[in-house]
Design a protein around this ligand. Sequence first.
Ligand SMILES: C[S@@+](CC[C@H](N)C(=O)[O-])C[C@H]1O[C@@H](n2cnc3c(N)ncnc32)[C@H](O)[C@@H]1O
Length: 248
Amino acid sequence: MLMQNYIGGFWGARRNTELLTNHLQQAMAQVSPVGLFLSDNMLAWERNLGFLEDPVFMEAYQRHATHMLEQGIVWRTHVYAWCVKQALRRTGDMVECGCYKGTSVRIACDTVRFGEQKKKFYLYDLFEHQPGMPHHDMPEHGPHLYAQVKARFADLPQVKVIQGKVPDVLATHAPRKVAFLHLDLNQADAEVGALQFFWDRMTPGSYILLDDYGWRFYREQKLAADRFFALHGLSVMELPTGQGLVIV
Ligand SMILES: C[S@@+](CC[C@H](N)C(=O)[O-])C[C@H]1O[C@@H](n2cnc3c(N)ncnc32)[C@H](O)[C@@H]1O
């Protein structure tokens, strides 16, 4: 079913997320009731929200985004799928550093019918978490997650699921040319390591999407990315979704 409005969840409420959502909904009752987006710490109204009208994307989204946190990030996921779609026109393969359960990439793959494309998608993650790691854990980290993600892509043999630490693991498994690079590692050092590794492999007009770039909580990653891209004469476009985008 196609939607005109979207109401999802929020991050970082000081006390009660439900209370915050109620207050925001009351505030939004004062504006035009069409084209309303209230999720992922964004409030927008009178927008086209064209991704909600895209039946292929929305069907994939509703099928795969089953957890509340995944359902809140529809606009972000649209940006991800859009980058993958554009990158099909560029030379090289696709990469995601930090795939976790593979939900966003699965939605993007279904949106662009990745099985019919002549490209590979390389997915990297540790899949498990140990105390003392420089990033926070995720609810479904554990010894079974790697196998679960592999099974999730069993019908797409061109999607390679690789368990290991970025950037170290890249030395053994990585594409030579890259059309799309998604970084979502929740830590600056590993993301800079990935950027250093892949920089010479990014092809002209390729896309780099930084999931955490605009988020205050992950500010260290923004500062590190800014330093990296400045060395190469580029800067990152901060998107309202909290992502950052670079076109190489
Ligand atoms: C927020 S999750 C990724 C979510 C995923 N991109 C999505 O959209 O559904 C971040 C992931 O990065 C992984 N990660 C963090 N540091 C890593 C590293 N150095 N090497 C490999 N994976 C890492 C974590 O294990 C975690 O699963």
